[in-house]
Design a protein around this ligand. Structure first.
Ligand SMILES: Nc1ncnc2c1ncn2[C@@H]1O[C@H](COP(=O)(O)OP(=O)(O)OP(=O)(O)O)[C@@H](O)[C@H]1O
Ligand SMILES: [Mg+2]
Length: 239
């Protein structure tokens, strides 16, 4: 039997195509070049790990891939669609239906239970309340939190909160998970659990996982390892 911790590439469909991508920010009078000309293709179904020192442009790149931000030069295409020239409705649709986000800070709504946090993410698809509750329960069970449905985030550990965030990211059956340092605030045991879940999603469900991290261990799970430095890709290896 193959090793369950090793991700596999399940597809080779081109998903993203980036050409000459720059992202510059104005900081007062000064201009910061967060990305300075990135070219890359990402195929569907992989586990892509983005490494690089603080300030190298990892989060900026993930925001572009997640249709949360647009490039100041160059093109970002998802399935042949230019995200830079797409209207807000199209971008909102892509974000809510095709991409699931996981952040370092979890970003759960503190006044809502685990189940309500997950169910709320389904709102754009307009399922009934019963369907939302059922699916939230199913997803939370899948991430090992079937016994914590009614808990508020404050009564959950960091690792549990991040697993709720993963369940929420899966609410609309996304094809891509964009994760920005998802284990950055976790102890090593919880980090291992979160990583195991992400690997399972890639391997078993064929979800494309794109993850930024400082953790060298995470890179060992990747099918592809990209290293950024000062807004440029300095290494790009298939693992
Ligand atoms: N909204 C913004 N306004 C101005 N500058 C920004 C903004 N967002 C990012 N930057 C700058 O762009 C550069 C890249 O930032 P980015 O957050 O992408 O790096 P990172 O690799 O994710 O770093 P970290 O590991 O600390 O999260 C940095 O110099 C940062 O200060
Ligand atoms: Mg970052």
């Amino acid at each position: 039997m193959d090793d369950p911790t090793t991700p596999v590439v399940v597809e080779t469909r081109p998903l993203y195509r980036l050409r000459g991508v720059e992202r510059r920010y104005l900081k007062g009078e000064a201009e910061v070049a967060a990305l300075r000309g990135v070219d890359m293709d990402i195929t569907a179904g992989g586990f892509v790990c983005i490494e690089g020192p603080s300030g190298s442009g990892k989060s900026t790149l993930l925001q572009l891939l997640g249709a949360l931000d647009t490039a100041t030069a160059g093109t970002v295409e998802m399935d042949g669609q230019q995200l830079g020239s797409a209207g807000n409705d199209v971008l909102t649709g892509i974000r809510s239906k095709r991409i699931g986000f996981v952040f370092q800070q979890f970003n759960l709504i503190p006044t809502l239970s685990a189940s309500e946090n997950v169910a709320l993410a389904m709102a754009p698809q307009h399922p009934s309340k019963a369907e939302r509750e059922e699916r939230a329960k199913e997803l939370l069970t899948r991430v090992g939190l079937g016994h914590r449905l009614e808990h508020l985030p404050s009564s959950l550990s960091g690792g549990e909160q991040q697993r709720v965030a993963i369940a929420r990211a899966l609410a609309n059956r996304p094809e891509v998970i964009v994760a920005d340092e998802p284990t950055g605030n976790l102890d090593s045991e919880s980090a291992g659990e979160v990583m195991a879940l992400l690997i399972e999603l890639q391997k078993r469900d064929g979800v494309t996982v794109i993850i930024a991290t400082h953790d060298p261990e995470v890179g060992q799970h990747a099918t592809r390892l990209l290293k950024l430095r000062d807004g440029l890709v300095v290494e790009d290896v298939d693992a």
